[in-house]
Design a protein around this ligand. Sequence first.
Ligand SMILES: [Zn+2]
Length: 358
Amino acid sequence: MQRLIFSLFATAAFGLSPVAAVETAPMPSPAPIGAMVETSLATAGRQIRQFAFDGDPASYFGSEKNPGKDDHFTLVFDAPVDVRSVTVSTGRAGGMDALDAGTLEVSADGKSFESAAKFADGKAKTDFKGRKVRAVRVRPTEDLAHPLAIDEIIIESTPRVAAFRYPIEFVLDVADAPEMKTWAEKTARICERQYPMICEELKSDGFKPLTVIRMALKSDYNGVAEAGGGRIRGSVKFFKAHPEDIGAMVHETVHCVQFYRSRGNPGWLVEGVADYIRFFKYEPGKIGRLTPERAKYDGSYRVSAAFLGFVTEKYDKETVRKLNAVMREGKYKETVWKDITGKSLVELGQEWRASLAK
Ligand SMILES: [Zn+2]
């Protein structure tokens, strides 16, 4: 039993050892810095916040209401960076909703801001040579008669601030449990943070992940959580009792990224992939004990996740990405295991069990 636990943990740790990654990298260039949006403005429909910083000027953030001078749209970096310039362009196609009465502000600590440029014809660009910046924000200087539309924020800096490669916004419904609002917001931010990782782990040719996911907490729902069609439903009762179980919502977020339409995909593998992302990428080391007698590859959830971890480690680092691609296309057949590893699913299952018993 004890050995079993160690081998599971070893697999989990090995899969994402940062030490190994650094040692094999030829030239360590500074890792890009992440960022999050903080804003007082509600989103208009599908014009989500992260569209303002996704490297694509064709997409834009749109505010639901007309902002006033106390409103702001702020991009907060995970750490201060040396900024050479910040450029912000606003307005929808055709010039509608361009910002004129506004300032572009910067902050070294993310708390106190100072004006760095004024908007004119919808654009603002800083003219300082270089400075430490932790956050940039767009602020109207008077109450506007139109919504705010931000096409793109462009930051030249060292290290680079990574734009949102897979823009996402969670829209919350906590009407059943307003007292869960803070928890739900925290959880949504964590899922949004994990979203690029999940999309990257499950990327496939021509697939564009959703940009809006609706997350509702329901008091009449007696499961833990479920997902379908870009909607996540969670139990008020369960998450009140287990507020630490944010991994369950990350699991549901994976289902939204899987986006499987086919009914032909084996349920154990659909759940196994979701728990693989959860327990090998989001919270490694927390997969828990596996009893060898119950360790069947098709045991679903964390059991199948552990099996996927074994196959990934031993045969092909792309195993889960490849399985996901065929399931997403509705072309899953058991022969895919042989294509990936040279072994049948049953053989792999036996190998895995034998490894657990060692
Ligand atoms: Zn699930």
